[in-house]
Design a protein. Structure first.
Length: 151
């Protein structure tokens, strides 16, 4: 095997190792509509490695109620953790904090998940923004691309 083939195989192996070791967290709404002022979200570890110190936080950015009253705030409504999530492990966080007993027309929220892995010495933070809105009497979900930060 010549030198260039060995280097190419080494680079390919490194890329593959980084892909396998990269944390893969999926966040999804656990219900199609808010019930009792709470929206559950499921957080799942789809990566190949276990995650440690997993802490989930829900932030309400804006809520529009059926009577057109709008509340804007960056309020931490719920936190859960820290827990460990094995490969294929999951947890649920219930996002609440809705201040009025009126049906929700639209809600804009951000879920933040902080965690660490055995092979990365620093905490990682993934944030994903969700918007839920009523359309034809049913709720529809829109989500942003997850943003991962290393700090």
């Amino acid at each position: 095997m010549d030198r260039s083939t060995a280097v190419a195989l080494g680079v390919l192996g490194l890329v593959l190792a980084i892909y396998v070791a990269h944390p893969q967290i999926k966040i999804a709404p656990g219900a199609s509509s808010p019930a009792n002022g709470v929206i559950p979200f499921d957080i799942k570890n789809d990566g190949a490695l276990s995650l440690f110190g997993v802490t989930a936080t829900c932030l309400l950015d804006e809520v529009r109620y059926e009577d057109n009253v709008v509340e804007r705030h960056d309020t931490i409504t719920q936190g859960r953790g820290p827990v460990a999530l094995d490969r294929e492990g999951a947890m649920t966080i219930a996002c609440g904090g809705f201040t009025r007993d009126v049906p929700i027309e639209r809600a804009d929220m951000t879920l933040s998940v902080e965690f660490s892995t055995r092979f990365w010495p620093r905490q990682l933070k993934m944030q994903q923004r969700f918007v839920v809105a009523r359309s034809d009497g049913t709720f529809r979900w829109w989500l942003s691309v997850p943003e991962t930060r290393y700090y």
